[in-house]
Design a protein around this ligand. Structure first.
Ligand code: S3P
Length: 169
């Protein structure tokens, strides 16, 4: 197996299914699963929303970079990263070097449907429809550097995990 295939890094906009699929995929591969947002929240003992409020987004972004670096120094990891993790060049090169990078994309409708059950995301405060469309526009090409891209709008987590597993062989 090529060295970058010792880990799988899931990237994509909020609500594209990274955590749900990541858990499932890790189980199938018998690898460890980490949601970088959840790990940061646990370490800092506060939610991402609280962190943005109390420390600012830059503080969160530096922890995000550190977390990704640390996890990708290991092997047999499946990572679900936050939707904005790809904005830093340092993170992108670390992901490409140490992992098989899979980008999830989804229609704005599917994204809005999925994120509306969790109103805690700091970057989606205000008019949800407007925020999603404007951030999607800003990040139009942000996920294009991946080794593989999957549109998750109409697929079950099981199906998506199977598609990824096939590419890992
Ligand atoms: C963010 C996405 C969130 C979280 C933070 C910022 C982003 O993660 O990291 O709220 O910039 O897109 P999810 O993609 O897991 O929701």
């Amino acid at each position: 197996m090529e060295s970058h295939r010792h880990n799988v890094v899931l990237i994509g906009f909020m609500g594209t299914g990274k955590s749900t699929v990541g858990k499932f995929l890790a189980k199938q591969l018998n690898w460890s699963f980490t949601d970088t947002d959840a790990m940061i929240e646990q370490k800092e003992q506060m939610t991402i929303a609280e962190m943005f409020e109390a420390r600012g987004e830059a503080y969160f972004r530096s922890l995000e970079t550190k977390t990704i670096e640390e996890l990708l120094a290991e092997e047999h990891q499946v990572l679900a990263t936050g939707g904005g993790a790809v904005l830093a060049e340092k993170n992108r090169s670390c992901m490409l070097k140490n992992g098989f990078v899979v980008a999830f994309i989804a229609s704005p409708e599917a994204i809005i449907r999925r994120v509306s059950s969790d109103q805690s995301r700091p970057l989606l405060q205000g008019n949800l429809d407007e925020r999603v469309h404007s951030l999607l526009e800003q990040r139009k090409q942000a996920y294009d550097f991946a080794h593989m891209t999957i549109d998750t709008s109409e697929l079950s987590p099981e199906r998506i995990a199977r598609i990824i597993m096939k590419r890992l062989k």
